[in-house]
Ligand binder design. Structure first.
Ligand code: MN
Length: 302
């Protein structure tokens, strides 16, 4: 029996608020989604002076969940529902945009600090994408020690443990951290496709070298993956059932039609629908000109 496909996808650099350069592994020119995961940014690790760090002013989202995994540093989330939440290392912030929410994210004030985080988006399926917006902070996530790895279950289930993070399609998100040499046979849900990146150090996955800047993709049909490290490393695993719906991703929106993108853009730029975000030190973002938007955007426009 032939093995399911393996793809090696290169992340690209992008800039986010505060002038921070991040590595963006999804969407990718060659693959837009892994399960419902449709966006994968890796920020840091970095050290910054007073006033530095991440400062992403108020901006809107529709049709997705934003999923923030904090590794180092502290970031204040504020949203148009009135939530103000400090996220600290080891925690997940999960914001369900549904039919529309706005938020801002700022490194916590102070004499300077650190930032190391992954921020992902999860596309909402048709049946859920117009739901009311919501926000939750998850301060504690299941942790399993096995094979020299500390496995944090960020989303979905692994090793009999289930993350409390509320998601709407079958998916998984895991942080595998090794303090040194480690070797693990990671059980997989065979119906899932998977993608792995390193957040620190390097690893071998199913015999393939994995270093920063690359996403290794494994198609459905695998029951396990061997993950090995020779030295300290941190690997992020995302997976899920291949997302069956065709989605459009443009700016901060996930939708199905050009008309939805135009309406969301005009609503935000006119100050309608999404509501204000109070307390953010950074000015609101202005949506780019939507008039030239193609029905099927070229990869890499976000
Ligand atoms: Mn956002």
């Amino acid at each position: 029996m032939s093995q399911p496909p393996i793809e090696r996808l290169e992340a690209r650099s992008a800039e986010i608020g505060g002038g921070i350069t991040i590595r963006r592994a999804l969407p990718n020119r060659h693959r837009r989604t892994v399960g419902a995961w449709c966006f994968l940014d890796h920020a840091g690790p970095m050290v910054f002076d007073a006033g530095g760090g991440m400062h992403v002013g108020p901006h809107p989202h529709i049709g997705l969940q934003t999923f923030t995994w904090m590794i180092e540093g502290e970031v204040v989330h504020r949203d148009s529902l009135g939530n103000e939440q400090l996220i600290t290392p080891g925690q997940v912030n999960l914001m369900t945009a549904g039919n529309g929410i706005a938020h801002a994210e700022d490194s916590a004030p102070g004499p300077g600090g650190r930032l190391h985080a992954a921020q992902l988006w999860i596309a909402l399926p048709e049946s859920e994408r117009r739901r009311a917006p919501a926000f939750r902070n998850y301060p504690r996530l299941p942790l399993i020690e096995t094979g020299g790895f500390s496995v944090r279950v960020l989303a979905g289930s692994a090793f009999g443990e289930t993350s409390p993070a509320e998601v709407y399609t079958p998916l998984v998100g895991l942080d595998l951290t090794a303090a040194g040499r480690a070797s693990l046979e990671l059980p997989l849900e065979p119906a899932f496709e998977h993608g792995l990146i390193t957040l620190a150090g390097s690893a071998r996955v199913a015999g393939e070298a994995l270093a920063p800047g690359t996403l290794l993709y494994f198609g459905p049909g695998r029951e396990a993956l061997s993950v090995r490290t020779e030295a300290a490393a941190r690997v992020l695993v995302v997976g899920g059932t291949p997302f069956a719906e065709e989605i459009l991703i443009w700016w901060n929106f996930v939708a199905r039609t050009r008309e939805e993108m135009v309406a969301a853009t005009r609503d935000w730029n006119a100050g309608r629908h999404f509501g204000p975000v109070h307390g953010s030190p950074a000015p609101p973002l202005v949506a780019p000109d939507v008039s030239g938007l193609r029905l099927k955007p070229e990869p890499g426009v976000t």
